[in-house]
Design a protein around this ligand. Sequence first.
Ligand SMILES: CC(C)(COP(=O)(O)OP(=O)(O)OC[C@H]1O[C@@H](n2cnc3c(N)ncnc32)[C@H](O)[C@@H]1OP(=O)(O)O)[C@@H](O)C(=O)NCCC(=O)NCCS
Length: 165
Amino acid sequence: MTVRHVRPEEHDALAALTVAAYRALLGPEMDAGYTAELADVAGRAALADVLVAVDGEGRIEGGVTYIPGPGPMAWFDGADEAGVRMLAVAPTAQGRGVGAHLVADCVARACAAGKARLLLHTTAPMTAAHRLYQRAGFRRDPGRDEMIGGDLLLLAYVLDLDIDG
Ligand SMILES: CC(C)(COP(=O)(O)OP(=O)(O)OC[C@H]1O[C@@H](n2cnc3c(N)ncnc32)[C@H](O)[C@@H]1OP(=O)(O)O)[C@@H](O)C(=O)NCCC(=O)NCCS
């Protein structure tokens, strides 16, 4: 499996995969606005690093957006911080380590850039993601939790990076 930047001709496939992965988990909780945001691969590729995991035959198995620092897609403002958003693995490819590879690639990018912390938000139903983040060394950081739309709690996770090591 290779992790690399998404190519323009792959935007539609990654959009469909991302919506399918989230819909399989969230079902009717996914409103039209959130679905459109998940599907806007071109929009986020213009602002951040959209990465895909590709199998040996060139099929996209998953994707993630790495946010290299403060800017349009970031919810944080520390110059020594980077972020992860929209991690998704095709329902048919889950449980084989694809998600872990995508997160590991983001961690490697943050380390290479000398970042002190890698940040992300998740929600309560995303329990497979919580286990993945904990295995990767992330810890919960309730002080960075956010409430959106009046009733959706975003759970913050942080990975402290060994910038000296
Ligand atoms: C969260 C998500 C990205 C995980 O992707 P994934 O590729 O299935 O993740 P992994 O394969 O690395 O880990 C998932 C499970 O497979 C297991 N696994 C990993 N490699 C394995 C292997 N080679 N053989 C068997 N099992 C394996 C892991 O132990 C893990 O088990 P657990 O969840 O019971 O702890 C995926 O479930 C998804 O797209 N969910 C919907 C969207 C979402 O929640 N995104 C997170 C936003 S914050």
